[in-house]
Design a protein around this ligand. Structure first.
Ligand code: GRF
Length: 186
């Protein structure tokens, strides 16, 4: 069993989906949910699954370094970190401690639409395809090596909300599969 942490800031549908996946459960133990937003509903999801939550508000720290040091101190023995809607940039200092062991999911076909509001921007640009990417995290925002992608042809009769829902469905399928592949290949 490999101890991992999931970092999330919001709703946590990806977190929940990873936590209940039966194939993943055979490989990983989500030791911590790390959340930077005390109001995020992902916290209740973790509690409902008896997963330890580490809610760390950056506002309680004098600097990003202290914030990250606190997290590092509290996630001992964690081998991988999976980001699932974690809305903060991870510093080079933190990345170095988890060299090559931090993975993110992003709702666009990277390298397109890095950063926020990716689905909305792709939809407003009337992209033929909208998709998702799972990638290793490096110093560049949404910039690390891409591990897997999936996409669908957009039907513009669907609203942005409906397209967003389809994006989440893709995410919930691909993230667990990709994590299993990473863990079995390494
Ligand atoms: C997902 O679209 C993920 O790709 C992005 O943030 C969103 C998080 O959604 N990084 P949820 O909180 O997992 O529902």
């Amino acid at each position: 069993m490999i101890d991992v942490a999931v970092f999330a800031s919001g709703t946590g549908s990806n977190f929940y989906n990873l936590a209940i996946n039966p194939d993943l459960k055979k490989l990983i133990n989500i030791k911590y949910l790390v959340c930077d937003n005390p109001k995020a509903s992902v916290i209740e999801k973790a509690e409902s699954l008896n997963i330890k939550t580490l809610v760390v508000n950056p506002k309680d720290f004098d600097s990003k370094k202290y914030y990250e040091e606190y997290i590092l101190k509290n996630i001992e023995n964690v081998k991988y970190i999976f980001l699932a809607g974690y809305m903060r940039i991870i510093s080079p200092y933190f990345l170095e401690k988890f060299n090559g062991k931090i993975v993110n999911i992003h709702p666009s076909l990277l390298p397109l639409y890095k950063g926020k509001y990716s689905i909305k921007r792709a939809y407003e640009n009337k992209e033929e395809f909208i998709g998702i990417s799972i990638h290793y995290v490096n110093e560049e925002v949404d910039g690390g090596e891409i591990l897997a992608q999936d996409k669908f042809k957009v039907d513009y009769k669907l609203s942005l909300d409906e397209v967003t829902q389809k994006v989440h469905e893709l995410e919930h399928g691909l993230y667990p599969k990709t994590i299993i592949k990473i863990l079995t290949d390494n």
